[in-house]
Design a protein around this ligand. Structure first.
Ligand code: HEC
Length: 133
């Protein structure tokens, strides 16, 4: 995993933790402690995988999708989860690209800072190639 990808995963994790805490009605004063604990648990695991992975490796879209998108787009994008099913999407490539870059407030994080255009294109190729299990 590249350090870029790790930063992204941790950001997404933090973001999701905030949402869960809000939904669960956890008192504002307690949230920073829970967040710190969550990230403290996650960070060493990612740091270890970063140490093992060569830095300049091109992104492995399947792995990236599983770790970054998969908790909302279930079954590697084949099914709906918190987000819609991506396999057989009727949307245009431009729509998909825009959604990945810009996200949607309150629904999906923006990934335009995390990925290059070429990487986002690779994600779209991955989505278009999805077949039922
Ligand atoms: C926190 C949950 C979450 C994560 C993480 C997430 N998404 Fe989404 N995604 C959503 C939701 C919710 C929508 C629907 C937004 C809307 O209402 O239009 C969506 C919509 C999309 C769409 C548009 C599909 C359509 O038919 O509207 C694409 C493409 C997409 N996501 C790709 C990705 C990719 C690629 C990643 C990882 C880099 C990702 N998503 C990560 C929740 C998420």
């Amino acid at each position: 995993m590249t350090s870029e990808a790790i930063r992204l995963v941790l950001t997404t994790l933090a973001w999701t933790t905030i949402r869960i805490m809000k939904r669960a009605g956890i008192a504002r004063a307690l949230r920073p402690a829970i967040m710190a604990a969550t990230l403290a648990c996650a960070a060493p695991a990612f740091a270890q995988s970063a140490a093992q992975a060569p830095q300049a490796e091109p992104i492995d879209v399947q792995q990236l999708f599983a770790s970054t998108c998969g908790w909302c787009h279930s079954d590697a994008g084949r099914g709906a989860g918190k987000g819609p099913q991506l396999m057989d999407s009727p949307r245009s490539d431009d729509f998909l690209r825009n959604r990945i870059k810009v996200g949607k407030p309150g629904a999906m994080p923006a990934f335009g800072e995390a990925f290059t255009d070429a990487q986002i294109d690779a994600i779209i190729v991955y989505i278009r190639a999805l077949k039922p299990d």
